[in-house]
Unconditional design. Structure first.
Length: 342
């Protein structure tokens, strides 16, 4: 088998808290592509690559968490899993629970998650609780709920469950033969940036980590929680990240930074990645590239932007923000010629 056909836990079992006989819930996640980005490279004067986490089975990096979280839950005898989510964790936990034959409930901000994520979660048969509150409130409530009920919490608030995400750093180091100067990454609940730093440090690497939040949801940049976070990038519409301290440590230790971007900047990068590089990611993912374009490389020569989720997750935002054109056309040749060539 090539690396891309090996389940994540098997590929990195020596660095993950799983023993050979443990139950394995997998959809063949991980081993995602690292794509050269010639247009971005030219624009910033560095070698830019995109880590395509949207190539995971449910279309986001969350599958790295869920293979670990759901496998561990099954090992512990859990019959149900639950999470709070801005959408991707919901879709991923629903898929892995379906695979494991256990039930899944997700708590999401009512009307605030992208259509593709909602469709996935429902297709996998999960119970969707649409909360009259935001993600931060959902996370507080679900943590409390799982203290008194025997349901496994699969959010990345648990030390052990964050382990799966660190494997993306291992893959990067392997693909770039250790030669990576800087990583650009969107930050929401701050589990992902924390995990990358853990993965890099475990391997003795220390690229600079540059994290990016949306201006309307930038608690780590402001230094205080944001009560009503707002941004077009719904995946990172989070005002009080669970991994606050860890994320700040990652940024400080790596001599990186955490900075903010306007929705306009995020959407401009979102369109550019799709129309310039041919890669369709979701809006939150584009924050990594928007950050690179706005703040530059600070002398780094080999940089990676993490594209955390696939564009099809959020068709509404794509239909409202794109560089394409739709021409309505009568069904005759004259009209068609005019439409195609005019
Ligand atoms: N990008 C995407 C596409 C995400 O779905 C998330 C988080 C992030 C970036 C930020 O990662 O939270 O580890 O800092 N999504 C979570 C969810 C919150 O519920 O799916 P983070």
């Amino acid at each position: 088998m090539t690396a891309s056909h090996v389940p994540l836990i098997e590929r990195y079992r020596d660095r993950l808290p799983f023993a050979p006989g443990d139950p394995l819930v997998t959809l063949q996640e991980g081993s995602t592509p690292l794509l050269r980005a010639p247009v971005l490279s030219e624009m910033v004067g560095a070698e830019v690559r995109l880590k395509l986490e949207g190539a995971n089975p449910t279309g986001s990096f969350k599958d790295r968490v869920m293979t670990c979280a759901v496998s561990a839950a099954v090992r512990e005898g859990a019959k149900a899993v639950i999470c709070a989510s801005t959408g991707n964790t919901a879709a991923s936990s629903a898929a892995y629970a379906a695979r494991a034959g256990i039930t899944c409930a997700v708590i999401v901000p009512d009307g605030k998650i992208a259509a593709g994520k909602m469709a996935q979660t429902l297709m996998h048969g999960a119970r969707v609780i649409a909360l009259a509150g935001n993600f931060d409130r959902a996370l507080v409530l679900v943590r409390e709920l799982t203290e008194t009920h025997p349901i496994a919490l699969v959010n990345s608030v648990n030390e052990f469950r964050i382990e799966g995400q660190k494997t993306a750093a291992f893959e990067l180091l392997e693909d770039m033969e250790g030669d990576i100067d800087a990583l650009y990454i969107p930050v929401g609940n701050a589990g992902n940036v924390t995990s990358y730093w853990r993965g890099f440090t475990e391997m003795g690497a220390s690229p600079r980590l540059y994290g990016f939040q949306a201006e309307g949801a930038a608690p780590l940049v402001l230094g205080h929680p944001v009560e009503h976070p707002e941004t077009v990038a719904s995946a990172i519409r989070i005002g009080n990240p669970a991994r606050w301290e860890d994320a700040m440590t990652a940024m400080t230790q790596s001599r990186g930074s955490i900075r903010s971007l306007s929705d306009t900047e995020i959407l401009a990068a979102y369109r550019l990645i799709a129309s310039g590089e041919g890669m369709f990611c979701e809006p939150a993912s584009a924050a990594s590239v928007a950050g690179l374009l706005k703040y530059g490389t600070d002398g780094a020569e080999r940089v990676v932007c993490v594209l955390t989720g696939r564009g099809l997750k959020d068709p509404e935002t794509a239909l409202e923000n794109n560089d394409g054109v739709t021409i309505h056309c009568e069904a005759d040749m004259g009209a068609l010629e005019e439409a195609v060539l005019g």
